[in-house]
Design a protein around this ligand. Sequence first.
Ligand SMILES: Cc1cc2nc3c(=O)[nH]c(=O)nc-3n(C[C@H](O)[C@H](O)[C@H](O)COP(=O)(O)OP(=O)(O)OC[C@H]3O[C@@H](n4cnc5c(N)ncnc54)[C@H](O)[C@@H]3O)c2cc1C
Length: 379
Amino acid sequence: MDFALSEEQTLIFDMAKGFGEEHIAPHAQKWETEGTIPKELWPQIAELGLGGIYVSEEYGGSGLSRLDATLVFEALAMACPSVGSFLSIHNMCGGMIDKFGSEETKQKWLPDLCSMNKVFSYCLTEPGSGSDAAALKTRAERDNEGYVLNGTKAFISGGSYSDAYVCMVRTGEDGPKGISTVVVEDGADGLSFGALEKKMGWLSQPTSQVQFDDCKVPADNLIGEEGKGFSYAMAGLDGGRLNISAGALGGAQKALDLTVQYMSERKAFGKSINQFQALQFRLAEYETKLQAARTFLRQAAWKLDNGDHDATKFCAMAKLMVTDVAFDVANGCLQLHGGYGYLADYGIEKIVRDLRVHQILEGTNEIMRLIISRQMISA
Ligand SMILES: Cc1cc2nc3c(=O)[nH]c(=O)nc-3n(C[C@H](O)[C@H](O)[C@H](O)COP(=O)(O)OP(=O)(O)OC[C@H]3O[C@@H](n4cnc5c(N)ncnc54)[C@H](O)[C@@H]3O)c2cc1C
């Protein structure tokens, strides 16, 4: 058993961290205010090999492991959890197409996905089905040319912004076995978007409903086989949950680093506040929690990379544990900043707002408990 990162993994982390510090962090607040991430950022990120992190190299990807990906997303979130998470969703789509798509499908989508000439969104949630995703209602009827879609997807990160949407749609019976996955390109006939959602965090990402009104999609936009879309979506989420956890961890680590610095500068009652033992103990507690979360997250990623039978359970446990710990630490760091933690200039309140949604999406933390306990009971 070796807990150390390899030299290559250390380089991956440092590269992503360096990129974030130079190209993301200085603009993160401005992008929040503007409610969008400039599209020019993406090809720059893709040049580092981060457009298709675990897509095979023959289609333009980097062919890295899930563990490597957690390093990337931890590092990028130190600059901005919202930007890092957006990239994570795009990569989740890439992973699904690479793993389940036919040769032609991969040739068709992956080169543009990896170069980020096309940005991808993931569309599972609907207004009437979130946690109970298998109850989705968007229908895709087969005709001579392809599929005709009708329905609405809700909360879509990148809605009205992305170039392509990986959509879970109903092609058959009720329940998970009637679901298929199709790619809908921006500009498709019958595709439209709801108004941009007003949110608590992740403000730089546009979020909206994605609507299909007799939306026509060519037959070869189907990913893999009809009726298997739900299992593809769930497989995508195993890795997605690791990334969402890594993003939470990176955000919390940044908050803690800022707090250690701040506490050495801020004085109260004639001394630096880092001289109060009650506060020192809080730092110790936060450091311990984040290190434990990091170790657990990397173990879950290692299990997914190795195809362990309990990898899904570990991904769910990591998501539950890491995102809860990360939010608590970031929130505690805000408290340690006093009133200044509440001000945008100190960089903490944005992290707290951004990390809150990590406990909700890609399966709420209640649903993580459901996945974990079901597996325990069935075993
Ligand atoms: C900013 C943001 C971005 C998002 N981006 C995307 C995206 O890009 N693509 C996408 O497909 N989705 C996206 N989502 C949707 C997200 O995944 C869902 O909001 C989430 O899965 C929860 O679904 P829901 O909101 O319908 O809540 P509900 O399913 O209605 O749940 C309500 C509450 O009930 C709890 N609950 C539900 N069922 C159970 C149960 N069986 N046992 C115990 N508790 C239960 C939930 O945990 C929650 O607390 C995004 C959401 C947000 C907020």
